[in-house]
Design a protein around this ligand. Structure first.
Ligand SMILES: [Fe+2]
Length: 271
């Protein structure tokens, strides 16, 4: 099963709206960990949603970049959830969330080195072997870089996609946030992404503090990110796109309006 078009992140505030009004979204992205519990309300709700909407799964706990061993019981639960709800794909983040069994509850950037590339390649392959399918990894927003970096983030990602035979969830807002924080041209990043491996796009809002930008997902998408999205569409085509809002979650109608704007920007960019 595949999905195209425009989606939204499924948030508990909107369960009833989705079930009762069946709004025109092409698919929904569900946070995997919210449903990796046996029985109970969350999974029953998701089963109901799944009858009307196609879904993709998005995780936050894989910690693919960590040096801790991969959590195989987590992967088995993830696989079981996928068997139940049949998502078009499964994604997580290109990051590490802890080390030495301490969870830092943050999506931390990788050092962009050959050693890290080899480490990630082996782990992505292990994950894909367990799940029996390719995974998507998402570029994260960052605020610091490592002194040991040997290459740019975009070179690192493009190389990983090729070596590990995985796919990309391209977060256009994260590219923008990191470009402001580190002082690079975000179009250089976008232009380096291999078209055939970009399966999904995230759009989101952030907090602009002038000297730095924080990836908060609590604002509408800003004009600069819409412009970068238009550039991305010209470069990569009509990649399935969604809006992420995780804080100050508005009424569903407001997010549907923002999704219409994404439709307009994509149509104009393709015209
Ligand atoms: Fe994202």
């Amino acid at each position: 099963m595949n999905v195209q078009g425009f989606g939204l992140g499924l948030r508990t505030e909107h369960y009833a709206d989705f079930l009762e009004t069946k709004p025109a979204v092409d698919w929904l992205e569900v946070i995997s960990e919210n449903y990796m519990v046996p029985g109970g309300k969350p999974i029953a709700r998701l089963d109901a949603i799944r009858r009307d909407f196609r879904v993709v799964m998005h995780g936050v706990s894989l910690s693919i970049g960590s040096t801790d061993a991969l959590d195989l019981s987590y992967l088995r639960e993830l696989k079981a959830l996928a068997a139940r709800i049949e998502p078009a794909w499964i994604s997580d983040h290109l990051c590490w969330t802890g080390v030495d069994h301490h969870n830092l509850h943050d999506l931390l950037p990788m050092p962009y080195t050959e050693v890290a590339l080899r480490h990630l390649t082996a782990r992505v392959q292990q994950v894909q072997d367990v799940l029996g399918r390719r995974v998507l990894l998402e570029n994260v927003s960052s605020y610091v870089t490592f002194m040991t970096d040997e290459m740019s983030e975009w070179t690192f990602i493009a190389e990983l996609l090729k070596r590990a035979d995985c796919e990309l969830l391209l977060d256009v807002n994260n590219v923008y946030v990191s470009s402001r924080n580190h002082g690079f041209d975000p179009r250089t990043f976008i232009d380096a992404m291999p078209r055939e491996r970009v399966r999904q796009i995230h759009l989101a809002g952030h907090e602009d503090h002038g000297t730095h930008v924080v990836d908060t997902h609590d604002h509408p998408v800003c004009d600069d990110v819409w412009a970068l999205y238009a550039h991305t569409v010209k470069r990569l085509g009509a990649v399935p796109t969604m809006i992420e809002r995780d804080d100050h979650i508005p009424a569903l109608g407001e997010l549907l309006d923002e999704l219409d704007q994404a439709r307009r920007v994509q149509a104009e960019a393709l015209a």
